[in-house]
Design a binder for this molecule. Structure first.
Ligand code: 7RM
Length: 654
């Protein structure tokens, strides 16, 4: 018996186009073979692409579950992301092409970034920030966020970025856990035309944060009203970024960091409980993100790379800041919402800035599908040459839409599976090599050992099971900040007989060709009459129906079957919820994947509850389907969504 039943099969295949393949960095499987024969040697080769001030003496020290990579080596992340490009041929190349939501724009060349990062390093040093001190960054998506991260990295301070959508309470908990000395924030940020009052949130949070000495405030809203119009500055504690920067010297020698020195802490809220401070170190992390940015996105000198994630998430850390900048790329940054002021904002940005590589999330892609093809079709997207997806399983329907409508049928798609904990992409196609299948992240990249493992710790070559990493990798988390016990418990205790296996928490299946299909978090797997069903497959089937934009499936207790399926469905624009459509959808799923997966309940809703990073929160939908009081809703992007869903669900039952 397998651990998770395999329901859907997808047989479409897309081979890399011959011209793309010819021009790609990697166009043959050799690298896989080479890396499989000597994974540590492979990673050493990748690490050599970075600039080190002292070479390492030992590539890997592995005392499960603790790894050290490139032991004895020294380097600086900011030097690698900025200085070495300025020293070379990229001095005048655009590093950041930024656009604010209201339409304001700034472009920073590598030279500009070089000067700003050095000033920032000096500014922080002048405030007494030292190597190892923690600096919290709570900013909108503005260039200062990148400058602050690199400024910290330059002096060896540990940054902890908190997404600007988090509440004062969340900020307080994270600041206290990190015992941060400095908080960098702004007077506000823009989201859907509204101002997010970041400084006010910080003031509230800091009522209970004894470690914080100074607050640096970026003026995002320069106005005729003067400095104090949007932020009340607390005497002795609060300082304006622009004033400090104006005084800061523009020359700063980067501090050589040990490969294993901490580069940053990033808190993941998870679904419940206290957030975990995921710890990443310098040498291994930079090696992982530099390699994967170059090869997964086939990044070339004149590409314009747009990763739409906020720096508050790991995707922003790895693929908006460290990976692309370490490769000397031009990065597009956009502060605001995709539907502001109109639903074509992303396509307008792609057209105007000539984006060649677009990296976004399935939740966004499904929203674009729902809004209709007319928005992208207004724009010339012919410069796009590669598309990426990250954050959730992408259902085949959305994958095909992305390929056809956004990619014009000519761009390869890389569906990239990874986590805050893995630091860098682990499972993905290489666009010049891999034949892709819609909805599959395909294979582990060279150098990694992702496997499917059953409950008893056996590696499975096909079928459904648990996703694991059986060997360490350079960009893996090193621990949980202040809680190594929880690190061991959460990630390395699933299989007592394999204390060296990392448990990712995701279910997955492998088909007969060895392709990986991520099924989502194992906490979301259902048991219907003895069948273990991944919610993702039922959702994919639903979304294939032309009326459906998005679906979330959960289990609720059922007397006979153990669990019954409850589906929450949002419809495409112009579609109407009717009892006939409900029946049609139930039959549609039964036909696609079998009667066992026919949803018992279908609830139509305008929206689904999502985390602030766009992942569907099935835990809350389970509460609704089981008629329980709603659990913790503080990590939701919009808490109103669940309340109204609960009302609807209850009304439908009575
Ligand atoms: C990068 C990021 C991690 C969780 C992970 C999965 C899910 C991410 C994919 C995916 C299917 C993908 N980090 N996930 N990417 N599922 N296909 N390509 O999202 O720490 O915020 O989340 O996200 O469940 O465990 S994260």
């Amino acid at each position: 018996m397998t651990d998770i039943d395999v329901l859907l099969t997808e047989n479409r295949k897309f081979a890399p186009d011959a011209a793309f393949r010819r021009a790609a960095h990697i166009s043959s499987r050799e690298l896989y073979d080479y890396a499989a024969a000597d994974p540590v040697g492979f990673w050493e080769g990748m690490a050599r692409e970075l600039a080190w001030t002292t070479p390492w003496t030992k590539a890997l020290e592995w005392t499960p579950p603790h790894a050290k990579w490139f032991v004895g080596g020294k380097l600086n992340a900011a030097y690698n992301c900025v200085d070495r490009h300025v020293a070379g041929s990229r001095r005048n190349k655009a590093a950041l092409v930024w656009e604010g939501e209201p339409g304001d724009r700034r472009t920073l060349t590598y030279w500009d970034l070089f000067i700003e990062v050095q000033k920032c390093a000096n500014m922080l040093a002048a405030l007494g920030v030292k190597k190892g001190d923690r600096v919290v960054i709570y900013l909108p998506l503005v260039p200062e966020a990148v400058i602050a991260m690199l400024g910290c990295a330059r002096i060896g301070a540990i940054h902890s970025v908190i997404f600007g959508g988090f509440s004062p309470d969340s900020v307080r908990d994270r600041v206290n856990d990190a015992e941060a000395k400095i908080v960098i924030t702004a007077d506000g940020g823009y989201r859907r035309g509204q101002i997010v009052p970041l400084k006010r949130n910080v003031d509230k949070a800091l009522e209970d944060c004894p470690s914080v000495e100074k607050v640096i405030v970026v003026r995002r809203r320069p106005g005729a009203e003067g400095d104090e119009a949007f932020a009340t500055m607390q005497e002795g504690r609060d300082l304006w970024w622009h004033r400090l920067m104006a005084r800061a010297p523009s020359k700063h020698e980067p501090v050589p960091m040990d490969a294993e020195d901490v580069l940053y802490i990033l808190y993941t809220s998870g679904t419940t409980g206290k957030p975990k401070g995921i710890v990443h170190t310098t040498g291994g992390y930079l090696t992982g993100v530099t390699m994967t940015t170059k090869y997964v996105f086939d990044l070339k000198e004149d590409d314009v790379f747009w990763c739409t994630a906020d720096v508050g998430w790991v995707t922003g850390h790895s693929y908006l800041v460290y990976g692309p900048l370490a490769n000397g790329a031009t990065c597009v940054m956009y502060e605001g919402a995709p539907d502001w002021p109109e639903k074509d904002r992303f396509w307008d940005i792609c057209e105007r800035h000539g984006v060649t590589i677009l990296y976004t999330a399935p939740t966004a892609i499904r929203a674009f599908m729902k809004w209709g093809d007319q928005h992208p079709q207004k724009h010339d997207l012919s410069r796009l040459r590669l598309l990426g997806s990250v954050g959730e399983p992408i259902n085949p329907e959305a994958w095909m839409w992305y390929r056809d409508v956004i990619g014009g049928g000519r761009c390869p798609i890389v569906d990239t599976w990874w986590q805050t904990e893995t630091g860098a992409i682990v499972i993905s196609a290489l666009p010049g090599v891999t034949e892709t299948k819609p909805g599959s992240a395909t294979f582990p990249l060279p150098g990694y050992s992702a496997e499917l493992v059953d409950n008893s710790g056996r590696i499975m070559k096909t079928g459904g099971g648990l996703l694991a990493m059986t060997r360490p990798w350079p960009s893996m988390l090193r621990t949980i900040w202040n809680d190594d016990k929880r690190y061991v418990q959460t990630y390395f205790s699933k299989w007592p007989e394999h204390p060296d296996y990392y448990f990712a928490g995701d279910g997955a299946k492998r088909d007969d060709d060895g392709y990986f299909w991520i099924l989502g978090r194992v906490d979301d797997v259902l048991n219907v009459a003895g069948h273990r069903i991944g919610t993702m497959e039922v959702e994919s089937a639903l979304v294939e129906h032309p009326s459906v934009a998005e679906a979330a499936v959960v289990g609720r207790a059922h007397e006979l079957k153990g669990q019954a399926l409850a589906a929450f469905v949002t419809l495409r624009e112009g579609q109407h919820a009717t009892p006939a459509l409900r029946d049609e959808l139930r039959e549609f799923v039964a036909e696609k994947i079998g009667a066992i997966a026919r949803p018992d309940d279908i609830l139509f809703s305008a929206d689904l509850p999502k985390t602030r990073s766009g992942k569907i929160m099935r835990r809350l939908l389970r509460d609704i389907a089981e008629g329980r009081a709603l659990g913790d809703t503080t990590t939701l992007a919009d808490p109103n969504v669940v309340a109204s869903l609960k009302e609807q669900y209850e009304a439908q039952e009575s």
